[in-house]
Design a binder for this molecule. Structure first.
Ligand SMILES: [Zn+2]
Length: 471
């Protein structure tokens, strides 16, 4: 095993021309690594930190110092007097969190026949493809995913795999900082199989005969809303996904179906979820259905096309999160000919996107918790790549780059109740971050340029040659 690890580290060293080998040691040895960077984005602050020092090991961040404040000696290696890596022209930021994705779908596939054929695979085949995605997205800088539901148990199986792996690797990982709970000697540890964090609602909850059958199971299969939620929890759901509305009718440029669920029904499902300690997230487009979700007390509005300003104000008042998911609608515009949309329909789509952008800017000004999610898996929205596109669309809508980055890191982590600590650069958070010389404060599109990903002590240099097949 030791020689395997040596080979692994050697392979990484050859790929890393501009980083010192000391950055690579932590995965194997849990040695602390000390970085000194010009700019640090902690995931929540509304201003960047300058001249920052950070100490981390393969488990967690141990120290963050701003304005030149250096770490205490006891956090460093014996006799270490200087940082391992000094990068005044680099920015360090948390790894990105995708708050709305369907891992069981291959988003990058645009051909509708091939998409249909793909879905005819067995659950085991769908699971294997999704598992591969969870590795590839880490190398692109996406370190965590809130899965938004599937009916074949793919998300639940991945969530269980992740939990099992984390327990094997370090014991009670959620009770950081560690040190005490790790019982196996360092020589027994090799880098765990690479896998982004994932949690899942299992099958989304919808009404029989209404939108959502491809990712949900109908409420009608259970005697009560509480029984439905209880069954999801028993199956391993980390949270509860509701589908209270239909989707946008692109030809009409509006949501043309009645909401599936009323306020009382949403409230009953939310109450049941809370009784099990679970958050709810609700697919909702069209202001009538959004009203039911807001008044029903869900934790987040997903998509939220056609949201009204008075509804945004209530999101702010109640700190209900909004995940606007521009990417799937933008894909319909970008591939209009392939989708069969004529100029009139494209004009509808563009008007909807413009209206959505204006709502996003108002939501930001109001103080709504805005969270980034791309709806990856939707037609044309590839996993990880789609999230980077979503961030660029949020910036294009008028959000400052730092607000966009916070939406994909600390705001997401702060509102959505993930099981582990990530999304912020702070002591006790997992060592999962992005180091880049291309400042994302100039534009978040720079996050597509060559960058270094640190994930639990493993280090990856990512550029345009990264493997994105099957995403
Ligand atoms: Zn979705």
């Amino acid at each position: 095993m030791a020689s395997d690890r040596a080979q692994h580290v050697a392979a990484e060293v050859t790929r890393l021309a501009n980083l010192p080998a000391s950055l690579l040691t932590s995965a194997a040895t849990r040695e602390p690594v000390w970085l000194h960077v010009g700019t640090l984005l902690d995931g929540t602050s509304t201003a960047p930190a300058r001249d920052a020092h950070i100490v981390y090991d393969s488990i967690a961040i141990r120290f963050v110092g701003r304005d030149g404040r250096t770490p205490p000696r006891e956090l460093l290696r014996p006799n270490q007097a200087a940082p391992d890596f000094v990068a005044p022209d680099h920015t360090l930021l948390p790894g990105l969190i995708e708050a709305h994705a369907h891992l069981f779908l291959e988003g990058g596939e645009l051909n509708l026949d091939r998409r249909a054929a793909y879905l005819k695979q067995t659950p085991a085949e769908l699971l294997a493809a999704a598992r591969a995605r969870l590795e590839k997205i880490v190398r692109l800088g996406v370190i965590a995913v809130r899965d938004a539901g599937d009916k074949d148990g793919v998300g639940l199986a991945l969530s269980k795999q992740y939990k099992d792996q984390r327990c094997l690797k370090v014991g009670q990982v959620s009770d950081l900082p560690l040190g005490e709970s790790e019982t196996r000697p360092a020589s027994d540890r090799s880098p765990a199989p690479l896998m982004a964090y994932l949690d899942s609602p299992g099958a989304a909850i919808h009404h029989r005969g209404r939108y959502g059958s491809f990712m949900g199971e109908p409420l009608e299969n259970f005697p009560t809303p509480h029984a439905c939620v209880a069954a999801r929890v028993a199956a391993g759901a980390d949270r509860i996904k509701l589908i209270p509305t239909g989707i946008i009718n692109f030809k009409a440029g509006a949501v043309t179906t009645e909401p599936q669920m009323g306020t009382a029904e949403v409230a009953a499902l939310v109450t049941a979820a809370k009784s099990f300690g679970r958050q709810t997230f609700a697919h909702a487009s069209g202001d009538r259905g959004i009203e039911h979700v807001v008044e029903g007390g869900a934790d987040s509005v997903e998509h939220g096309f056609f949201i009204r300003d008075d509804q945004l104000a209530r999101l702010r008042d109640r700190q209900i999160a909004w995940v606007p998911t521009f990417a799937p609608v933008q894909e319909q515009v970008d591939h209009a000919a392939l989708m069969g949309w004529d100029a009139a329909i494209v004009a509808h789509l563009q008007r909807i996107l413009d209206q959505h952008a204006a709502s996003l800017v108002r939501a930001h000004a109001l103080g709504v918790p805005i969270i980034a999610g791309s709806d990856a898996g939707s037609v044309g929205v590839a996993h990880a790549i789609g999230l980077l596109d979503e961030l660029a669309l949020m910036e294009r809508a008028g959000l400052p780059p730092l607000a966009v980055i916070n939406a994909a890191t600390g705001v997401s982590a702060g509102r959505l109740g993930y099981r582990e600590k990530f999304g912020r650069l702070a002591p006790g958070c997992l060592s999962r971050f992005i180091l880049t010389r291309h400042s994302p404060l100039a534009t978040v599109a720079n996050l597509r340029l060559p960058r270094t990903i640190v994930f639990d002590g493993q280090v990856f240099e990512t550029d345009a040659t990264a493997d994105v097949t099957g995403l």
